[in-house]
Ligand binder design. Sequence first.
Ligand SMILES: [Fe+2]
Length: 232
Amino acid sequence: MSDRRNLAGSQPSLQYSPYRSTEHRAPSRPMIRIPGTLSDLCAPVYGWWPIGEADCDLTRQHDDEPHGQRIVVDGRIVDEDGRPVAGALVEVWQANAAGRYRHANDAHPAPLDPNFTGAGRTVTDADGHYRFTTIKPGAYPWKNHENAWRPAHIHFSIFGSNFQTRLVTQMYFPGDPLFPYDPILQSVPDERARRRLIARFDLALTSPEWALGYAFDIVVRGPDATPFEQRR
Ligand SMILES: [Fe+2]
């Protein structure tokens, strides 16, 4: 079995002063381990409703199609030895093509899209494979510092078999000029680890006359682990 440890600098610190809100939410005291209970291991992670067909296609959740560049995001979730993580719940959320979230706290003066909610979910197959169809999100301002803009990104959450296995990260798009100015991406010290957060354009995933394709694999632990914002 491979080494399960993360390499130094491959994961972001919980506190990183250029990313201002970490100053408020990072723990200032040593963590206290709370013993797990049976309900932590047995409680369902899928929410109230069964996963529907349109849950993994964010362009088909309303009467009409959303505005924006249609894309496919496709990848595998694997462990440190490349073994598939099967049956994992993968949830995504994102801004619309104009860089606006459908959320009460989003005051960015960009249009909401009545045909785009910006949330999806699916479950990995036996090979650890997942796929979403969506639209490419826009960059948005976020007031972290003067003239602060987030690069286009899609948020990912992954649950294994229970709540204690949640991992949260973000996927970026190749060639984004905002990378050097983004404290969230730059909070990952190691450049090779940062690159693991950037999807790869893949012509083979591109659907002719329909959608561009991006590949994004996630490694849940070990020296090649994807950087995660929240980990257990
Ligand atoms: Fe975001």
